[in-house]
Design a protein around this ligand. Structure first.
Ligand code: MN
Ligand code: MN
Length: 267
């Protein structure tokens, strides 16, 4: 189901309700960093591979400065060119990936680059260290029963949604911080469909039985202490977001990402 191209616009709109301080964490991202909206990347809507190159160039240019990009999708395809640019700067990255889907298909409709293939490409290209990668919230139906096994075979820690049901994810994130450590450059990629459709219906491929909003917050807050060099929030599709609540939640999750960047002050 299409429409993720309108995600950034709607998330910006709903972000007017986000205030500057995190009450639970006492985090003060706007006192800690210069936070700027770099605007939209002017992709070529007629040509995906051209758009991948345009996104890479945009991030190469931005990363020539001391910036930590927090990016809004768009569909999950955007993560691949972002990771290429980040890995050129930092080397292979640790990865915290929230999603209903593993996104490790070899191809989709014959295409090697699509929103469901990016993490296979990223691991093949050496952009991610799979032994320092965790995938959280995977579930639902697959093309085969082995769909998540390729990740496991690479050494990725796969945390299916069922492992998350009815519990706090804070202990899991303690494990994740131990696994990744404080010094490895790390990336947080948050596909909104990792959350349950009851809290985030506005997305292209909703799957029942997902994470709650508070579990999503726990994952992002649990990344504080990692050497996060970037984050993204992808796959919000406003045409399916009839109340605007998905974009509102996304705006708050992005605020929490700012709060989890290294060096964010707690008041
Ligand atoms: Mn995804
Ligand atoms: Mn997904």
């Amino acid at each position: 189901r299409t429409g993720a191209r309108y995600g950034p616009r709607q998330i910006r709109t709903e972000s007017v309700l986000v205030r500057p301080y995190g009450m639970a964490t006492r985090a003060a991202p706007f006192d800690s960093f210069q936070v700027a909206d770099l605007g939209d990347v002017a992709v070529n809507p007629y040509d995906l591979s051209s758009s991948i190159g345009i996104i890479e160039d945009f991030f190469d240019h931005a990363l020539a400065h001391e910036v930590k990009p927090v990016s809004i999708g768009g569909d999950h395809t955007i993560t691949l060119p972002i990771l290429r640019a980040l890995a050129r700067k930092h080397g292979p990255l640790a990865m915290v990936h929230v999603d209903a889907h593993a996104d490790i298909n070899d191809e989709m409709f014959g295409e090697r680059i699509a929103h469901g293939t990016i993490f296979r490409r990223a691991i093949e290209e050496g952009l991610i260290d799979p032994t320092k990668m965790v995938q959280i919230g995977l579930r639902a139906t697959g093309y085969s029963a082995e769909d998540f096994d390729w990740s496991r075979q690479q050494g990725v820690r796969v945390v299916e949604a069922e492992e998350c049901w009815h519990r706090s994810l804070a202990p899991l994130m303690d494990e994740v911080r131990d696994l990744i450590g404080p010094d490895t450059p790390a990336y947080l990629s948050f596909d909104i469909d990792g959350l349950d459709p009851s809290v985030a219906p506005g997305t292209g491929t909703p799957e029942p039985g997902g994470l709650t909003a508070s579990q999503g917050l726990e994952v992002i807050r649990g990344c504080f202490g990692l050497d996060l060099v970037g984050c993204d929030l992808v796959e919000v599709s406003p045409p399916y977001d009839t109340t605007g609540n998905t974009a509102l939640l996304a705006a708050n999750l992005i605020f929490e990402m700012l709060c989890s960047l290294p060096g964010c002050v707690r008041r």
